[in-house]
Write a protein that binds this ligand. Sequence first.
Ligand SMILES: Nc1ncnc2c1ncn2[C@@H]1O[C@H](COP(=O)(O)OP(=O)(O)O)[C@@H](O)[C@H]1O
Ligand SMILES: [Mg+2]
Length: 237
Amino acid sequence: MQWTPPINPKRFHLEKLLAVRGISLDWLNSGDADPHSPANVARYSIARAAEIIPFHYRDAIADSPEVLAWVAELAAEAREAQAARSAPVAAITHGRSLLMLGPTGTGKTHQAYGAIRELALTGIAARWVVTTAADMYAALRPRHGIDSEAEFCRYRDASILLIDDLGAERKPTEFTEEVNFRLINWRYEHHLPTLITSNLVPKEISARLGDRVTSRLIEMCERVVFKGPDRRRGEAA
Ligand SMILES: Nc1ncnc2c1ncn2[C@@H]1O[C@H](COP(=O)(O)OP(=O)(O)O)[C@@H](O)[C@H]1O
Ligand SMILES: [Mg+2]
């Protein structure tokens, strides 16, 4: 783990998150020069998270109990594995997945990026790969000069993966079905934590994603359903 100098909480939109979680800035910026201290891992992770979090969600704070419970469970398992292996740093390698369902605008993506910030602040190392399903299919389309299998492995092997808006495309194609199956099956078999958002309602999932993907998702994921108005339209709750 690389040593990361003290960070400015304003730059990473941390003031509110630190206050809500009761974490002091003194702790976050502590740790002498020990690159393995949880505080250093937290600073490093916060800086990495800021590189992958879109501007719109840069100050997101997860407040869904299910999302926070999922993050806490991953963190606890990472600490147990660290103790068992006497590893210098706790890192996410395996764990359950989380499926966030709900209509457009109910806050799924906000919770997802909030979860990334949350995990970063716990001082657990996590190498996230983040994508929307649509961007992933676009990146994987076979085309000249691109090794799409190598690109696929980047998603497949991520130690922790966010797939935003799975099942949102109007019409599944053979190509998207094959990507979904290969990706979910691999992550299921290898017990790799995956955060998935979708605006499908539970009973649409199997029609959209197919029985083989759905059955694996049911086994590997905790599920949380978001309800309420579209927050983008500012509709009254
Ligand atoms: N807990 C929250 N606090 C403040 N703003 C939120 C919260 N949840 C969502 N939003 C805002 O509401 C809008 C819709 O949320 P988003 O997460 O993008 O919805 P979804 O991914 O479900 O379509 C976005 O502008 C987002 O920033
Ligand atoms: Mg979204």
